[in-house]
Design a protein around this ligand. Structure first.
Ligand SMILES: [Zn+2]
Length: 443
C-alpha cells in the first residue's frame, strides 16, 4: 500500500509547475516604462541622502519622500484598490553615521490579508530610497542612486500598483525604507515595530541593487540575479540550535527556504531568468535591510543583480581620466529590473494566497531503513494537497517535489532518513503553495 502511494506521488511530478492565470496576469502587468519613470524621478532629487534637506520641494530626501507618499497614496485611490497608505516615521537619535537626531520616514502601502485566522501574518517587501555619495556623511553632493536603490524603490511602487486589487490570505507590505546607507536604520525601526505589533512575518525581501546589467569587469548579464539568505538563523533558541545540529539544517533555515521559493516561482513565471540561491547572508562584508528582519527572527532574503558595477555604487558623479563614476539613470536597465519584479511578483502573489503551512512536522525512522514523517494539518479548508520536497543530504537544492493527497503522515520505505532532507508545503485548488516547512521534531 505504501509503495502504491509513492508511485502515485511520482506520477504527479510536474503538476505543481502549472502557472495560474491569476498570477500570469499580475506578472504580465509589470511595466518597465513605469519603473524607468520612477527611477528618473528619484534621480531628479539630486541626492536622497538620509541627512540631506528635508524642506526643499525639489532636492533632498524630504522632496523624495513626499513624492513617494503621493505615489503610494495615488495607488490607494486606484479603482478597485484594496491598498492602504503606510507610513513609519520616527526620529533616529545620534548613532554611528547619524551625527544629530534626524527624522527618518519609511513610506509604502499595505495590502490587507483576507483570512481572519491569519490576520497577523504578513509578507514584507522593501527597497531603500535613500542614497549616498563617496563619503557616506556627504549629504550635499549629487547621489543619484538609480540602481542603489532606485531599482528596489521602483519595484515597490510597481508591485503595489500591480497587486492593488488582490485579495491575499495574508497581508503584504510594500515599503520604501530610508536610512539604509547610514546603517539600516529605517528597516531596523520597521522590523522592531512589526515585532512589537505582533506581526508574524512569513517572508521578507529586500530588493537592493537590482537594475544594472554591466559588471565592473565588463561582463553583461541580463538573465541572472542573485538571492542572498542566511543559513544559520541570526536568532535561534537553544532548542532550535539543538535541532539544527541534530538535523544538519544549516542550509535549510526559513530564510533559505524563502530564497528557494522565490527561485522556484520566479523561474516558473519568467522566461530566460536564472535566479541563484547564494549560500550566504549577503555579499562578503556587505549588507542590506533583510538583516534588520533576520535580527528579529524573521525569515528574510535580498534580491540583487548578478553583476555589480562598483564604479557606479557609492561614488560621486565624476569623470576621472575618461572613466565615468556615479549611479546614473543611463545605466539603469529597466527591462531587466522589470524581469526581477515579475519574479518577485509571482512569488509574492502565490505565497500570499497560499494556505497555512503544516505544523509540527516530526521526522522518525532513526536507525531504520524507512523514513517516517507525520505532521499536523492546519485548520485551513483551502488545503487541497501537499508537496513533499526532498533531496539527498549531499545536495544543496531540492531534487524532487512530489504531490501528496491531504494526509497527516507518510512512510517512505527503503529511504534512510539520515541520507535525505525533507520539507513539506500545503497547496490549494489554484496551485498556490505555502513555504515548505522542515522537521521541527524528532522521534
Ligand atoms: Zn543599497
Amino acid at each position: 500500500m505504501r509503495a502504491l502511494i509513492c508511485l502515485a506521488l511520482a506520477s504527479a511530478l510536474g503538476a505543481q509547475e502549472t502557472r495560474t492565470p491569476r498570477v500570469e496576469h499580475l506578472v504580465a502587468a509589470v511595466d518597465p516604462a513605469r519603473m524607468e519613470a520612477t527611477v528618473a524621478k528619484l534621480v531628479s532629487f539630486g541626492t536622497r541622502h538620509t541627512l540631506s534637506d528635508q524642506t526643499s520641494p525639489t532636492r533632498g530626501i524630504g522632496a523624495a519622500q513626499r513624492w513617494l507618499t503621493g505615489q503610494f497614496q495615488g495607488m490607494v485611490q486606484l479603482r478597485g484598490s484594496r491598498l492602504r497608505y503606510f507610513e513609519d516615521r520616527f526620529t533616529q537619535p545620534i548613532a554611528p553615521r547619524i551625527p544629530a537626531p534626524v527624522v527618518i520616514t519609511n513610506v509604502g502601502a499595505v495590502l490587507p490579508g483576507t483570512d481572519p485566522a491569519r490576520a497577523k501574518e504578513a509578507i514584507v517587501l522593501t527597497g531603500h530610497y535613500d542614497s549616498r555619495a563617496t563619503d557616506v556623511m556627504d549629504a550635499v553632493s549629487d547621489a543619484p542612486g538609480a540602481d542603489d536603490d532606485g531599482s528596489g524603490t521602483a519595484m515597490m511602487l510597481e508591485l503595489a500598483r500591480v497587486m492593488a486589487a488582490e485579495k491575499p490570505a495574508v497581508t503584504v507590505y510594500f515599503v520604501s525604507v530610508s536610512g539604509e546607507e547610514q546603517g539600516l536604520y529605517g528597516s531596523t525601526h520597521l522590523a522592531k515595530r512589526l515585532k512589537a505589533e505582533g506581526v508574524e512575518v512569513l517572508a521578507m525581501m529586500s530588493v537592493d541593487i537590482a537594475g544594472n546589467t554591466e559588471g565592473s569587469n565588463g561582463v553583461k548579464d541580463n538573465v541572472t540575479a542573485r538571492i542572498w539568505s542566511e543559513g544559520v538563523p541570526a536568532v535561534e533558541t537553544p532548542a532550535e540550535r539543538r535541532l539544527r545540529l541534530a538535523l544538519g539544517t544549516e542550509n535549510d533555515g526559513r530564510s533559505r527556504e524563502w530564497a528557494r521559493y522565490l527561485k522556484r516561482l520566479g523561474e516558473r513565471y519568467v522566461e530566460n531568468l536564472d535566479l541563484l540561491v547564494m549560500l550566504r547572508r549577503d555579499r562578503i562584508a556587505r549588507g542590506s535591510d533583510h538583516m534588520s528582519f533576520t535580527a528579529e527572527g524573521y525569515p528574510a532574503a535580498c534580491l540583487r543583480e548578478a553583476q555589480e558595477n562598483y564604479d557606479r555604487q557609492h561614488q560621486n558623479v565624476r569623470t576621472v581620466a575618461g572613466r565615468a563614476y556615479g549611479d546614473d539613470l543611463a545605466h539603469f536597465d529597466a527591462p531587466y529590473a522589470a524581469k526581477l519584479a515579475r519574479a518577485l511578483c509571482a512569488a509574492v502573489a502565490t505565497l500570499a494566497a497560499a494556505p497555512a503551512p503544516v505544523r509540527d512536522l516530526t521526522l522518525g525512522g532513526a536507525v531504520s531503513p524507512d523514513t517516517k514523517l507525520r505532521w499536523t494539518l492546519p485548520a485551513d479548508p483551502r488545503v487541497k494537497g501537499l508537496l513533499l520536497f526532498r533531496r539527498r543530504a549531499d545536495g544543496v537544492a531540492w531534487q524532487r517535489i512530489e504531490r501528496l493527497p491531504v494526509t497527516d503522515h507518510l512512510v517512505i520505505p527503503d529511504v534512510v532518513p539520515d541520507s535525505n532532507v525533507y520539507a513539506l508545503a500545503t497547496v490549494d485548488a489554484e496551485g498556490n503553495e505555502s513555504l515548505p516547512v522542515g522537521p521541527t521534531h524528532l522521534e
